[in-house]
Design a protein around this ligand. Structure first.
Ligand SMILES: Cc1ncc(C[n+]2csc(CCOP(=O)(O)OP(=O)(O)O)c2C)c(N)n1
Ligand SMILES: [Mg+2]
Length: 884
């Protein structure tokens, strides 16, 4: 810490201040800034160490004289805003009166109404705007305000808003938060998992640049807007990607942080200042920061602050105190804030206590907010964040204005309703108001006409989600003929096989350019480095340097029109790029084909929430979990060996997950996925695990394509099976080896099946069962699983390189006894052979399980299992893999 320097020569200090004053008056702030920078530069070069400071004073960034004038009708806009406020509050109140505990939020929208209304009336471009629509992320739990506005616009009916949070009601209802899956014509971006908005919005803005730079869309003034809460800025994803936005010069990005200083439990920073803290973080990351702290009434006070006492007091005060002033009122404010210095009391002596407390804050002053947005949309070469000071629960009074309970306020009582009505001049009589009715003026009223006209000028209402895009014509499956034929005697991994297919795809004349390969610093691990040179790595500024490997054929090539998104060690960012590319059909009307290949362990486990959001957002694309399989990725140990992503995938409703053994299976699944997602335009995600074990890939057997997609196909059948083996992905080899041992050593010939997807089998079986259950009198259907297995009621043994629950998903539907082997427990580093033995999934354990199944079934003598244990030297006392 620098010691505070004591002013030893105040006269000299005054001279310096006067010089700057002179420069400001004569030449303006630019010149003053230039001079100061020169001085600092000089002093630093002479050895003076300057303290690092990313903060500016705790006042508005835009000075009153710089403010762009407000072009709207203040009076009418206030009326509209009041109606939206009322209806939003009534929506939550009524929903909770009707059904206690249904939830919803009143206070968040109450704080952000001005921030949103100014944006709606003057900035946000709608779907028919000549420049194209803006992409807008709304603070999720402010949804009642967004619905209330759409109700005034006539987009939502009264029935719908009555059924807020009652989506299952017959007349239709409204989802709690933005859910594109549930309200597909309305919401674009799911936002209520705190923290995801920031990173997703940022990468949407980046992807818009990508599309422009690669010539898919014209350069335009389209913006990505994100309305965020100050509490949610504590999520690592909120601030984690800020430097990317500055580095990529995302001047198409505007963040608006609703700084009501409160989150759910209490103050965001009671002992500090969240606005100043965020300013430091954003400025430090290279953003343009616009603080909107104080409303117009404060301008006069600041102007008159000749002694600097107000400026000083503003620096000292902490958020906890600012919140207390809101709750305690004018007299408290005078005593505790202004009362600290006599100069301050003097400054406000002509104002009553009521005056003082009614001075609006920046985020509630349309003129200040308008000025901030005007500057934000004109920003050149930098993203902008508007940090706006607001009051949580604004207008609720005793019911929660600025109080710690405000977030949880779900309904107002009669007295509170009357207060709210009076505060916002809603023309309702007492008896009416107490019932919290929705209020909508006539279509031709001043308010509704204004609201509609403003939106028409800006290209129509928002939020709006488009689901139409030109379908892609997918080439014939022969494009993957190499993979379908197998690779002869060559031993390769499924990862390598996939990368060869990817290369083929990107070279295809019709769809190649739509492919967006996404990698988080793992391309060399997967053998993809040849794509660097071939496709180029996207870089908004091109390549300003000669790469160290420029003399080599496969050099590290960055290019403005590069196709690959190389995201660095940043799975959350890469997933956000996947989402941006996979929703391009909706946001830009273009079916892009995102192919995100990553280290399997750092997929679902690390960023499932983003994958979940992708599902909700109806993203289309391929997720490839490479180097997967707990025992197949052998040397890396427990932090790397994925044995459970398939469980997470199975639980994500619109993900189709496959664990594949052979290259022809990959070809079939990828081809089907492309057709389904980009031609038939179904909103699903294909998840494939790929491995790094090298082995021979056979030619595709006749007629198995459909079964591969359905989840299992036959490898080997016998006329009189006594037991069945289900192999899967990289453990197919062990299943086949076990079948050989069973035959050779025990004279048992099992049927062998290859399971490509336990989760797809399960879904189909579950659906079939459900249908049969509900239609008992109709001819009963058979699932694919049943069709495959029900001819013989023999025990079945399944093995996968994942936890047993993955294979156990189909347990209830498998005819006969069912045994699942899997890799539960922490991974280890060792050879594959040792690992498979340790996790009890190798050929010997498969044989042992099959024999035991037959013993249990009464087909073999009891002692047979012991013989197996002896023969294969299995140690019954070896440590269990599932206990740590
Ligand atoms: C990841 C995650 N954690 C917790 C929550 C629950 N939650 C919803 S809103 C909220 C408080 C939000 O505070 P802030 O961001 O300041 O928004 P405000 O309502 O104050 O505008 C919390 C904790 C959530 N939605 N997502
Ligand atoms: Mg907040």
């Amino acid at each position: 810490m620098l010691k505070r320097y004591k002013d030893t020569d105040p006269e000299e200090t005054q001279e310096w201040i006067e010089s700057i004053e002179g420069a400001l008056e004569e030449h303006g702030p630019d010149r003053a800034q230039f001079l100061l920078e020169q001085l600092i530069d000089y002093a630093q070069r002479q050895g003076a160490r300057m303290p690092f400071n990313t903060n500016t004073p705790f006042i508005n960034t835009i000075q009153p004289f710089e403010q762009k004038p407000f072009p709207g009708d203040r009076e009418v806009e206030r009326k509209i805003k009041s109606l939206v406020r009322w209806n939003a509050m009534a929506m939550v109140t009524r929903a909770n009166k009707e059904s206690d505990g249904i939830g919803g939020h009143i206070s968040t929208y109450a704080s952000s109404a001005t921030l949103l209304e100014v944006a709606f009336n003057h900035f946000l471009k709608g779907p028919k705007h000549t420049e194209g629509p803006d992409l807008v992320f709304f603070q999720g739990h402010a949804s009642p305000g967004i619905y209330a506005r759409a109700f005034l616009e006539g987009r939502l009916s009264e029935k719908q808003i009555v059924n807020f949070r009652r989506e299952l009601s017959k007349e239709g209802g409204l989802s709690s938060y933005p859910h594109p899956w549930l309200m597909p014509d309305f919401w674009q971006f799911p936002t209520v998992s705190m923290g995801l908005t920031s990173i997703m919005a940022l990468y949407q803005a980046r992807f818009l640049h990508y599309l422009e730079d690669r010539g898919f869309v014209e350069k335009s003034k389209r913006k990505v807007w994100a309305f965020l809460g100050d509490g949610e800025m504590d999520e690592p994803e909120s601030l984690g990607a800020l430097t990317l936005a500055a580095r990529e010069k995302l001047d198409n990005l505007v963040f608006v942080v609703n700084c009501n200083l409160q989150r759910l439990d209490g103050p965001v920073r009671g002992n500090g200042k969240i606005i100043q803290e965020l300013e430091g973080a954003y400025r430090g990351a290279g953003w343009n920061v616009i603080k909107v702290v104080w409303g117009s009434d404060w301008d006069e006070l600041l102007e008159k602050d000749d002694t600097g006492a107000l400026a000083k007091r503003l620096e000292e005060v902490v958020d906890g105190e600012l919140l207390k002033y809101v709750v305690e009122g004018g007299a408290h404010l005078r005593e505790h804030f202004f009362g600290k210095y006599p100069e301050l009391l003097e400054l406000v002596k002509d104002f009553s206590d009521d005056d003082l407390i009614s001075f609006p804050l920046g985020g509630h002053d349309p003129e200040k907010v308008f000025a901030a947005y005007s500057e934000a949309v004109e920003s050149q070469g930098k993203p902008t964040v508007v940090l706006a000071r607001t009051i949580k629960g604004y207008g609720l009074g005793e019911a929660g204005e600025g109080r710690n309970i405000t977030h949880q306020q779900k309904k107002l009582n009669e007295e509170e309703l009357l207060y709210f009505r009076d505060r916002f001049d809603i023309p309702l009589k007492d008896e009416e108001a107490m019932k919290a009715p929705f209020y909508k003026p006539k279509k031709n009223s001043e308010e509704i006409s204004y609201l509609i006209e403003k939106r028409n000028e800006l290209g129509g209402p928002l939020p709006f989600r488009n689901s139409k895009a030109e379908k892609l014509n997918i080439p014939d499956i022969d494009i993957f003929s190499e993979a379908l034929k197998g690779f002869g005697d060559r031993e390769i991994s499924t990862t390598m096989a996939f990368v060869r297919m990817l290369t083929k795809l990107t070279k295809d004349e019709t769809i190649g350019k739509y492919v967006v390969p996404i990698i988080p610093d793992e391309a060399r691990t997967f053998g993809m480095e040849s794509l660097f040179r071939q496709l180029g790595i996207y870089a908004h500024e091109g390549q300003k340097y000669e790469p160290v490997d420029s003399d080599q054929f496969l050099y590290y090539k960055e290019a403005v029109d590069g196709q690959i998104l190389e995201e660095g060690i940043n799975e959350a960012g890469a997933m956000s790029s996947f989402i941006a590319a996979g929703t391009a059909y909706s946001n830009h009307g273009i079916n892009m084909i995102p192919i995100y290949i990553y280290y399997s362990m750092f997929g679902f486990q690390r960023i499932w929430d983003l994958i979940w959001a992708a599902g909700d957002m109806r993203t289309r694309g391929f997720l490839l979990g490479a180097t997967a399989g707990r025992t197949t990725l052998n040397g890396e140990g427990l932090q790397h060996q994925d044995g459970h992503s398939h469980l997470a995938a199975a639980a994500t409703p619109n993900i189709k997950a496959y664990d594949l053994a052979y290259s022809y299976e990959i070809a079939v699944v990828v081809h089907k996925g492309m057709k389904e997602m980009f031609h038939e335009q179904k909103d699903v995600i294909y998840y494939l695990t790929l491995e790094n074990e090298n082995y021979v890939h056979p030619k595709i057997p006749e007629g198995v394509e459909k079964d591969i997609i359905k989840g299992m196909y036959k490898i080997h059948s016998t006329k009189t099976p006594t037991v069945r083996l289900l192999g899967c992905g990289p453990l197919m080899g062990e299943a086949l080896a076990a079948a050989d041992l069973l035959k050779k050593d025990w004279n048992i010939e099992p049927g062998v099946w290859n399971v490509t997807s336990f989760s797809e089998l399960r879904r189909d079986a579950e659906e079939t069962e459900r249908w049969n259950h509900l239609h008992p009198a109709k001819r009963q259907k058979r699932s694919h699983l049943e069709k495959c297995l029900s001819n013989y009621r023999v025990p079945t043994v399944a093995v996968s390189d994942y936890v047993k629950m993955v294979a156990e998903q189909i347990g209830p539907y498998v005819p006969g006894d069912y045994y699942a082997l899997g890799t539960d427990g922490f991974g280890r580093s060792d050879t594959r052979e040792n690992l498979r033995h340790f996790f009890e999934v190798d050929r010997y354990y498969i044989v042992l399980t099959a024999i035991r199944a037959l013993v249990n079934d009464g087909q073999l003598e009891k002692g047979t299992s012991e013989k197996v244990i002896k023969k294969y030297r299995i140690d019954p006392n070896k440590p269990s893999p599932i206990t740590v």
